[in-house]
Design a protein around this ligand. Structure first.
Ligand code: GLP
Length: 254
């Protein structure tokens, strides 16, 4: 019997889970401000993150103004991924998502909320540039992750090895269907490719927070909890990290 690979935090209701998780993130942000060379944050998108960002924003807006300004000045985050071909201002893209859920509430500029240049003429070059930019910033410190229904993290679709780095990926039909909400509900409107940080960059983070909510994730979460590391379940490589928190609500636990 191997030891449980994650630090499990479970709450019955998603709202209570988001309170607990945002409290931990708030403490990470406080800590980061006191470090001489803090690593950037690693941020995720998706529906799971929306109430988490709302809870975090509410906490941060209660900070005294000087402390909040300090946070704003020193903010640097790298998102996991974005769709190839969407302009930065496209309402379906993740730049708009990040501005809507975080940036505009905290007063963060585009140079502080980094995403891959998804609209670049050559996405492969953009992926390499993004990887280099992250490496130059020291690699990710605290990494937030959601879980795809097929076990992806970021846009690392199965099969995917732990050594895979930032790159252009083909999105599966399942992922395009899962993410159709931001595209008027039509999976055909979801781009077929994306730029994503790989498991390589994710596993180099100092600590990782995987947030999983809702009954729709119960089946894949059970797989993650019961199966060993494999390319068929990209999130399973997190078992090898050693500092992964798993934040779950009752519905996801099944
Ligand atoms: C998306 C994103 C991931 C996200 C995951 C879960 O495809 N690329 O970063 O965490 O899938 O999304 P959701 O929270 O909407 O279920």
């Amino acid at each position: 019997m191997t030891a449980f690979p994650f630090q499990l935090v479970q709450r019955d209701e998603p709202a209570a889970l988001m309170q607990a998780c945002s409290h931990h993130l708030e403490q990470c942000l406080q800590q980061r401000l006191s470090e001489p060379n803090p690593r950037p944050l690693g941020l995720a998108t998706g529906r799971t993150m929306e109430p988490l960002y709302a809870a975090l924003v509410a906490r941060l807006q209660r900070w005294p103004q000087p402390q909040l300004q300090h946070l704003r000045r020193h903010w640097l985050s790298f998102n996991l991924d974005d769709y190839v071909g969407l302009e930065a201002g496209d309402p379906s893209g993740y730049f708009s998502y990040m501005q809507k859920h975080l940036g505009q509430h905290l007063g963060l500029g585009p140079e502080q909320l980094c995403l891959p240049q998804a609209a670049a003429a050559d996405p492969q070059v953009a992926a390499e540039a993004y990887q280099q930019r992250l490496a130059a910033a020291g690699g990710v410190g605290v990494q937030l992750l959601g879980l795809g229904s097929n076990g992806h993290v970021g846009f690392n679709e199965p099969p995917c090895g732990a050594e895979m780095g930032c790159r252009v990926v083909q999105l599966s039909a399942a992922t395009r269907a899962q993410n159709a909400g931001l595209f008027g509900g039509d999976p055909q409107q979801v781009p077929q490719t994306a730029i994503t940080l790989g498991l390589k960059e994710i596993l180099e983070a100092t600590e990782i927070h995987l947030v999983v909510t809702g009954s729709g994730k119960a089946a894949i979460l059970q797989k993650l909890l019961n199966e060993g590391p494999s390319a068929q379940l990209p999130a399973s490589w997190l078992r090898q990290h050693g500092r992964v928190w798993l934040w779950v609500d009752r519905a996801a636990m099944g």
